[in-house]
Design a protein. Structure first.
Length: 129
């Protein structure tokens, strides 16, 4: 299954491996590609608005693993977790509220520490440019 490519205006580029089951959120996300967004930081989380909306899915959760990528229904945003967030209770990332898991970063997600609020990101399918 093709993944996502995220290119930041700083030159940083990451690839996201999408989960294997085809959820409503993933279908909506793929149909919206490509798109651009302005990035926000929240602790060691990068997130940005998407042109989609999707309800909370049955396996949504707030407890995340480092490197997970999730759709935050409350903000219509994609969130990439690479460390503690302001609501973490231990060393693991925690979302503000339950999110739909869409995949995980290929490689080292901590490279996102260099991305700051206001950066621009271009999101496309890994088979697009």
């Amino acid at each position: 299954m093709p993944g996502l490519r995220m290119k930041f205006d700083s030159g940083l580029e990451i690839e996201v491996q999408l989960r294997s089951n085809d959820t409503p959120t993933l279908k909506s996300l793929r149909n919206a590609l490509p798109f651009k967004a302005s990035v926000n930081r929240w602790g060691d989380e990068v997130y940005f608005e998407t042109p989609i909306s999707s309800p909370i899915e049955g396996d949504a959760r707030a407890e995340m693993e480092i490197g997970e990528v999730a759709f935050w229904p409350d903000g219509s945003a994609l969130a990439i977790f690479f460390g503690r967030t302001p609501v973490s209770t231990d060393d693991k990332p925690r979302a503000y509220s339950p999110c739909n898991i869409v995949g995980s970063v290929k490689g080292d997600p901590t490279v996102l520490k260099s991305v700051q609020t206001g950066a621009e990101v271009n999101v496309s399918g890994s088979d697009q440019d």
